[in-house]
Write a protein that binds this ligand. Structure first.
Ligand SMILES: O=C(O)CCC(=O)N[C@@H](CCC(=O)O)C(=O)O
Ligand SMILES: [Zn+2]
Length: 337
């Protein structure tokens, strides 16, 4: 008997606020732990020690609903026994409060609060939640024996449309190499555009990459739309690749060939230093739009952000962020190291 009843499933139980303390139960094939609101751990009943550890987080931004629906449908199929589980899987619906409000966040952007940054915003509900998710992710990855894969895919959708509809963000790796096999797996999910971050960040994927050397990626899978408005056919690639991943049935992947990927690196952030910040890009400008050499991208008091060289592009332009936060990233093409 599922403890999610009478809500229909894990997502609906979460949206209805039905978590009432940790619960543990079994199906014919799985061991389940409802660890916290929106956090479910799944393992095969006959789990061997050496299973890969896979963390799928979604809804870190509450209005990015399509990947939440994708992951929930995978959980439903695992619980129904319609698909085998061949890893230890931790599923996180990151920000239930914001999910209920249909908002990116309610108090503070949660993906600026990991790596201890939650301490700086003690009044924000997202700060308490980021601390809780950090602890649960830490417990999960610390229990992984040496030699097993530690994977973290943090699934998002973007505010704006995008020249490349789907792309992945590789958090700063602290000098560790970027893994070709991660790119090949992304390609199997119809994602062949990659941004390499060039510095530490307070994001969830950097947290697990930095502390647990997880192969962690933030995935941007399309445009953010409310629950019920998503065309899930546009998310078929990630749905397929995740199902293969958790059921241990990923087909052999082709050899790596750089020509199949578009790779960019983050040059610098447009930082909103004050309320005078003015972005000189229309709301209709899409992610990855090229910035002509010499163009003033944004101004903030005496600071001018000017495009240089003709190869730069803009990512995540958003003048509405809070003061002190990133209001866009200037990126340029690069080769994988
Ligand atoms: O569309 C936007 O402006 C933001 C989409 C989004 O939530 N992106 C992530 C990227 C995380 C990263 O840069 O590593 C975020 O802003 O948190
Ligand atoms: Zn997001």
């Amino acid at each position: 008997m599922t403890p999610f009843a009478p809500a229909r499933d894990f997502l609906h139980a979460t949206l209805e606020g039905r978590f009432a303390g940790p619960r543990q139960w079994q199906t014919a094939t799985l061991s389940l732990q409802w660890l916290a609101e929106g956090v479910l751990a799944l393992a095969p009943l006959d789990a061997a020690d050496a299973l890969d550890h896979v963390l799928l987080s979604t809804g870190i931004h509450g209005n990015e609903t399509a990947p939440i629906e994708v992951v929930n449908s995978i959980v439903n199929d695992l619980l129904a026994g319609a698909m085998p589980l061949r890893c230890r899987l931790l599923v996180m619906l990151g920000n239930p409060v914001a999910m209920r409000s249909g908002a990116r966040f309610t108090d503070y952007d949660m993906n600026r609060l990991f790596n201890g940054a939650h301490i700086s915003q003690p009044q924000a509900q997202e700060a308490r939640r980021a601390a809780e998710l950090e602890q649960l992710a830490a417990d999960f990855f610390r229990a992984a024996p040496a030699g097993v894969q530690r994977l973290h895919y943090d699934l998002h959708t973007a505010i704006r449309g995008s020249v490349f509809e789907k792309f992945a963000i590789y958090p700063y790796t602290d000098g560790r190499p970027h893994k070709r096999e991660q790119l090949l797996w992304l390609e199997s999910a119809d994602v062949s555009t990659l941004l390499l971050h060039s510095k530490p960040a307070a994001t969830f994927s950097y947290y697990t990459s930095h502390h647990f050397h997880a192969d962690a990626l933030t995935l941007e899978l399309g445009k953010a739309r409310p629950f019920g408005d998503n065309d899930l056919a546009r998310f078929a690639g990630i749905d397929r690749a995740l199902r293969h991943l958790v059921s241990g049935s990923t087909p052999p992947l082709p050899a790596y060939d750089a020509s199949r990927f578009a790779v960019f690196h983050a040059k610098y952030d447009l930082v909103k230093h004050s309320e005078q910040f003015k972005l000189h890009l229309a709301d209709s400008v899409e992610n990855f739009t090229a910035l002509p050499h010499g163009m003033t991208i944004a101004e903030d008091g005496d600071i001018r952000y000017v495009a240089d060289g003709g190869e730069e592009r803009i990512l995540f332009p958003n003048p509405k962020v809070g003061v002190g936060l990133r209001a866009g990233i200037v990126i340029s093409p690069c080769q994988l190291d």
